[in-house]
Design a protein around this ligand. Sequence first.
Ligand code: MRU
Length: 352
Amino acid sequence: MLETIRWLPGEECLELLDQTRLPAEISYIKCSDYRQVAAAIKCLAVRGAPAIGAAAAYGLVLAAGKCRANAEEEYLAQVEAAARELAATRPTAVNLSWALTRLLQRASDAGTGDPAVLRDLLLEEAHAIFREDASGNRKIGEYGQGFIPQKGSVLTHCNAGALATAGYGTALGVIRAARNAGKDVSVYADETRPLLQGARLTTLELLQENIPVTLITDNMAGFLMAKKMVDLVIVGADRIASNGDVANKIGTYGLAVLAKAHNIPFYVAAPFSTVDLSLHSGDEIPIEERDHTEVTHHGGRLLAPAGVKVWNPAFDVTPHHLVTAIITDRGIVRPPFGENLKKTTRQGLQDC
Ligand code: MRU
């Protein structure tokens, strides 16, 4: 499994696997300044909701290490300004602001103005976020693998694997766990236009572990389902509203509609840090729109007439009524999601 994020303790520096270069090249970006981390998040060198949360947390540690101030308040104000810059890089995945808020809370609870102490506390918190994500994904895998039949075929979209997290993955974590449980599981990976995370990243992860994977273009999913070649769909999430509406990579909504039409279960796998109970519905989730060149160009080559008008939302929202269940690190949440997500928050682990 490729390592997505690594903190180099002796060097006060963060290394990020440059996912824009995969699968052709394995290279890491060294970040010693939080602005480099922000740039890496923005250009998708590091991507996937949990991974950008963890990367931003380490980014804030880098910022804290460089802030200089005479008073605690002044110091915290500088750290908060860096957090705002990091949070603004990608608006849809709530894990980003969730991780930064967690670090800022730790700093303000500390009750000290000593920059060295604060910076160490922030690093401790960033490590905790990273560790919790990696172990949470194993739990998601354990809970979710029960949905995969002994011999099963899964369709997934984008990349919700080790590369998108601190390790193991969410949707791909469920597939890994099924495989580890001795199931004969095979995967169809949507290529995921425009940036091809499915073609470039999901297939790479699965091939590395000899999990059978077949790449399809996004417009083949309907026919695949009509031909009864897939038993279930599992995707990740960037933000889940309190009613169970799910924001995930553009194209997810279409898959959910197709799955419903073909009577195929549609599962979402995500850590609880992706749930945003402050939002009533998916209508309130901010959807990132990205540069038109991602659609008009590929590998530097123009694919459409110059000057054509383009719409490029990076995510869409799948309404909760199309979701069969949400597989979280605290257990499986079933409809009615409004009630059961809140219950899971209060009572912790359960199947409801
Ligand atoms: O634009 P990306 O590549 O960051 O989008 C990633 C996704 O949509 C993933 O499915 C989601 O973040 C979940 S990753 C565990």
